[in-house]
Design a protein around this ligand. Structure first.
Ligand code: NAP
Length: 465
């Protein structure tokens, strides 16, 4: 894929970039290694000062970087501004909390004595340079939620961003430099995905984190496994959204619409499969379909737009194929199911609700990466759980119920990295984020995220005499 900014709202190529040559790549690896040897010895207070500065600079740049993101990948401008603000918050969160999260731990004194030590402790030390392979859908947030904890832990980062968001990728490198991080602490590599293997195998790379599709994750994990390097994988999702009889249906439907179409429907944690108890199915379906049909599809730079274009022509045709396959096999589009007639240019697709989806249809098992919801009618809680778990993915899950016993049962049985009640899945710096099954492994954010790329070191002191 060419490294280029192509506006998805118009299809116009705005700027192209050359990939790094071998010499330029080597220079960056040298710099990263050198920067790590210095950065790992710095204090938390020093790192925090730099990260607070980066947050301040990003806050000042909010409008311009939001416009860059919208131009490169098509999310509505308001959502891009919110993404930048969320990054500022996460930077401040890690700048403030990292020292406490990575403080030395004292093992149980009885175990220390039993091991023969006079004293022992556990220290979280940095691993080295971490390669981050990142997607375009949250082009700032996906990177910051890796970079902020990694830099605070004393690691250095190399970013291989998606090829369609090069300007956002270069902005990030520049941001950390302007904040005062030494050259090499955080660098962007303008390279295609074919160049990832050599970088990952380089001995100067300690570990890798990938957010993206399952095939990309499988490839990076296999190479890292061969090199015995730690990985974190944040892959696709097809999150269930359960609506049970005690739900507030107005709120469940309105939130469900937002949960499905956030980021033009291209979010890993978007609710994608709506699984509704038969007692409330008709009432929910009516409200939800009306909400989806009422959305404004249009230019993502317009303040009144709810849903912008899909990221690429390929992205739209992949989604169309999923919908067409389902309709061909008997599903029914309650709204949408086509390109909006008013937008000849750009890769737009109408918000769509499908009913009558069965396991023989591709969309039942595959991720619909666009504004397409599937609606399932279930007889009871058992069937709701069975349908929810009938997916290769297990990123997050959502359920609308006020019944505490049902909630407890769902926490026990839903196969996912999160269970969100009476709301929609959203990430927060203080809450762990990650999936189960083919949605990946490892966690980002919170204390769990910052410890992923640490060497958990046992320090044992024998008796002095
Ligand atoms: P993608 O095609 O996998 O691309 C993601 C990144 O991986 C890009 O930088 C891409 O580079 C690179 N890449 C692709 N194939 C590779 C390979 N074989 N080896 C090494 N690197 C490779 O995914 P996408 O279409 O951009 O993003 C959408 C997917 O990401 C969806 O499945 C979504 O659910 C998932 N996602 C997951 C999370 C999460 O937190 N779980 C968050 C956001 C998105 P190029 O651009 O150069 O191809």
């Amino acid at each position: 894929m060419a490294i280029a900014t192509v506006n998805p709202a118009t299809g116009e190529t705005l700027k192209t970039f050359d990939a790094l040559n071998a010499g330029e790549l080597e220079d960056r690896l040298v710099l990263a290694e050198r920067a790590f040897q210095e950065h790992r010895t710095t204090s938390f207070a020093h790192r925090a000062e730099l990260l607070h500065k980066a947050a301040e600079l990003l806050e000042a740049d909010q409008e311009s970087i939001a416009r860059t993101m919208t131009t490169e990948m098509g999310k509505p401008l308001a959502a891009a501004r919110a993404e930048a603000a969320k990054c500022v918050k996460a930077m401040r969160w890690y700048a403030t909390r990292a020292e406490e999260l990575l403080a030395d731990e004292a093992p149980d004194p009885a175990d220390v004595r039993d091991s023969g030590a006079a004293r022992a402790l556990v220290r979280y030390r940095p691993l080295g340079t971490v390669l981050a392979v990142m997607p375009w859908n949250f082009p700032l947030w996906q990177v910051v939620r890796f970079a902020a904890p990694a830099l605070m832990a004393g690691n250095t980062g190399l970013l291989k961003h998606a090829s369609n968001v090069p300007q956002t990728a270069l902005y990030l490198e520049e941001l950390f430099r302007r904040a005062g991080f030494p050259r090499g602490c955080f660098q962007t590599l303008l390279i295609g995905s074919g160049a990832v293997e050599d970088v990952l195998r380089d001995p100067r790379i300690a570990a890798a984190t990938l957010t993206g599709s399952e095939p990309a994750g499988r490839s990076v994990a296999a190479i890292a496994g061969d090199e015995v390097k730690k990985t974190v994988l944040e892959l696709g999702g097809s999150d269930p959204y359960l609506v049970l009889p005690s739900a507030d249906l107005d709120k469940a439907a309105a939130t469900g619409v937002r949960a499905r179409v956030q980021n033009n429907g291209q979010s890993c944690i978007a609710a994608k499969r709506f699984i509704v108890h038969t007692d409330v199915y008709d009432a929910f379906a009516e409200r939800f379909t009306a909400g989806m049909a009422a959305l404004t599809v249009g230019d993502p730079m317009d303040e009144g737009t709810d849903v912008g274009p899909l990221v690429s022509e390929q992205g739209r045709s992949d989604l169309e194929e999923l919908v067409d396959d389902a309709v061909h096999r008997g599903a029914r589009a309650m709204c949408g199911g086509r390109r909006p007639p008013r937008h000849p240019a750009g890769w737009f697709y109408e918000p769509t609700v499908l009913t009558g989806v069965t396991p023989g249809m591709r969309i039942h098992h595959e991720e619909a990466f666009g504004p397409v919801a599937t609606l399932y009618r279930v007889a009871d809680l058992d069937e709701a759980v069975a349908v929810a778990n009938d997916s290769p993915f297990g990123l997050s899950s959502n359920a609308w119920t006020r019944d505490a016993a049902e909630q407890e049962r769902l926490v026990r049985d839903l196969q996912a990295g999160g269970v969100f009640f009476n709301g929609m899945t959203a990430s927060h710096p203080g809450l762990p984020f990650g999936g189960a099954k083919r949605s990946g492994y490892g966690r980002e954010l919170s204390g769990h995220g910052i410890r992923e790329f640490c060497n958990i070191t046992t320090v044992w002191y024998g008796p002095q005499d």
